[in-house]
Design a protein around this ligand. Sequence first.
Ligand code: AMP
Length: 424
Amino acid sequence: MSFDTLGLSAELLRAVGEQGYTEPTPIQRQAIPVILRGRDVLAGAQTGTGKTAGFTLPVLQRLHTRPNGGRRAIRALVLTPTRELAAQVGDSIQTYGRHLPLRSAVIFGGVKINPQIERLRRGVDILVATPGRLLDHVSQKTLDLSQVEILVLDEADRMLDMGFIHDIRKVLALLPASGERQTLLFSATFSMEIRQLADRLLDGPELIEVARRNTTAERIAQVVHPVDKRRKRELLSHMIGSNDWRQVLVFTRTKHGANRLAQQLEKDGLRAAAIHGNKSQGARTRALAEFKSGKVRVLVATDIAARGLDIDQLPHVVNYELPNVPEDYVHRIGRTGRAGNEGEAVSLVCVDEHKLLRDIERLLKRAIPRVVLPGYEPDPAIRAEPIQEGRKGGGQRRGRQGDGQARPRQQQRRSRPRAQSRAA
Ligand code: AMP
């Protein structure tokens, strides 16, 4: 099936063709015609499924084909949980909308507000925003949401996890009523909370669901290399060097661990950068750009920093440490093998992490093959020790990201149900 049959305009098809896409992904096939018809949508799709183009293309088309008489109001609002995702959605709008005269802007926290105010003043049709910074603008009366025709909530489950529900409610109060706007809700999971939010927000929505990444992840080759903790760094450098991996995303459990590992890899002669929540927005954007351009060969990231990262054709993901939350493993390995490309996910697992590995395999409902590498055999005399570092549940880290506004109470309350619903 080609893109031509979805009802998209020539300008959009041209932009899609320039991206080299030959056929729509399942979420695009299902979502685009429905959104073009003006229906509300509740879509279950994870990052990597092509969901961004799935809503961006039809939103652009609807705004283009329904001119608003030259008014300078914001016509479409996309809310995202994190700055990185906001920036990526903004990039997609630019890319797909390059042959249309629509103006877009991205606003998120952690950077100066004045240039954003300037940008808004010049007029914006499509605004992508994280909730906290959006409300900062609202309180400064620098934007008007009363004319919004289309609202998109992207990665809504993460927004709830991060405690953004109150902010979302405040934003909703500023928009036209649900019957007078089109609302699209994208979420990786359909928890009770998401369904309740959808009930409140959506008007007769069409339900669209595509396979979860972990059921479609066959093209991701997964392997566990058992190794002693103290030899992980040496093994990682050896694997990168001997296999000549050019672009590797490496996960650690903690920010400190990410920094330390990046420094050690540099000492081993591998260009590496760390990306985590304590880094400034500028530093994160720079590290990501250098990684994408190939200047940096190894990007060391914490789970939180990696949320929503979209890096094309990432061939290798390494779990330097297993995540405490098994669902994060699925998110991590989802960074590779994206949109039809082959990928490899390698986990370096020491004796302390055997329980975490069992939990992950229980979630995946399958065993991950173990391959002991010659020269790196674990010392059988080493006994497991409890894992001290890192977060314990699904919530601790989430509110730190986005706009940098911690919401501890909300996080703690939400951490457990989320982990359970994902595991279900
Ligand atoms: P997303 O799920 O929106 O984060 O998209 C994941 C990746 O798939 C992005 O790098 C897109 O550029 C890419 N992509 C989106 N649609 C297509 C398509 N129809 N064909 C090939 N790649 C695509």
